[in-house]
Design a protein around this ligand. Structure first.
Ligand SMILES: [Zn+2]
Length: 215
């Protein structure tokens, strides 16, 4: 009898385990079906800041913001941006508009995933904000260093220098293509309304993917 009760206990334990696994699975599936958001990035703040050279006071003024957008596959995605606390409201409002308009964002993944390489991130058409770095070709800190600048779809919206060089390499600026900014884009207008600059309005060169809001 002792053995039998042990077997019954084992069977009932097994069953209750099985039940709880089933229940968890159906919850996960239900959630996925309801939301169907593709997660491009789901990092913690500390993981997203790992290895940055930024001083403590700069790190302390940053936050990680989850943003949603339709990518070029037409599906809803969730990515993340590291931005200065002072611009969180602007970023949330602008990405709200981006989602509503279904303006395609290829992907938005914190640049730690590219070992803090702006070139690698741009070549991958990745949208990003904070990166403690100099302005390309200078020794001046970029507004990205304080999380007050965002680069959106850099491969679709490259930098074009006065001498005709294009960055990222191989990219073309085609005003009529999808995910591309022009001065008439509602997203560009929304940034400007909120006190941001757009790199497409720079005089000496054009930085079509760049938006910033200095202090
Ligand atoms: Zn930029």
């Amino acid at each position: 009898m002792k053995n039998l009760s042990g077997i019954i206990l084992a069977i009932s334990l097994g069953l209750s385990c099985f039940n709880s696994v089933m229940a968890e699975n159906s919850i996960v599936e239900g959630k996925a079906a309801e939301d169907s958001v593709i997660i491009d990035s789901g990092l913690s703040f500390s993981k997203a800041m790992a290895g940055t050279k930024a001083p403590r006071e700069i790190v302390d003024s940053m936050a990680i913001v989850d943003v949603r957008y339709y990518s070029t596959d037409g599906k809803l995605h969730q990515g993340q941006l590291i931005v200065n606390n002072a611009v969180i409201d602007d970023v949330r409002a602008i990405f709200g508009l981006i989602e509503k308009m279904k303006f395609p964002i290829y992907k938005a993944v914190p640049i730690v995933k590219y070992n803090w390489s702006d070139d690698a991130s741009m070549e991958d058409n990745n949208t990003s904000a904070f990166n403690y770095r100099f302005i390309a070709g200078t020794k001046r800190l970029s507004n990205h260093s304080s999380g007050r600048a965002i680069d959106i779809n850099p491969y679709f919206n490259p930098v074009i220098y006065a001498d005709g060089r294009v960055s990222p390499r191989g990219a073309k600026y085609d005003k009529n293509a999808t995910g591309v900014f022009t001065k008439d884009s509602p997203i560009v207008k929304e940034f400007i309304k909120r006190g941001w600059r757009w790199g497409g309005n720079f005089k000496s060169f054009k930085d079509y993917h760049h938006f910033d809001k200095a202090k």
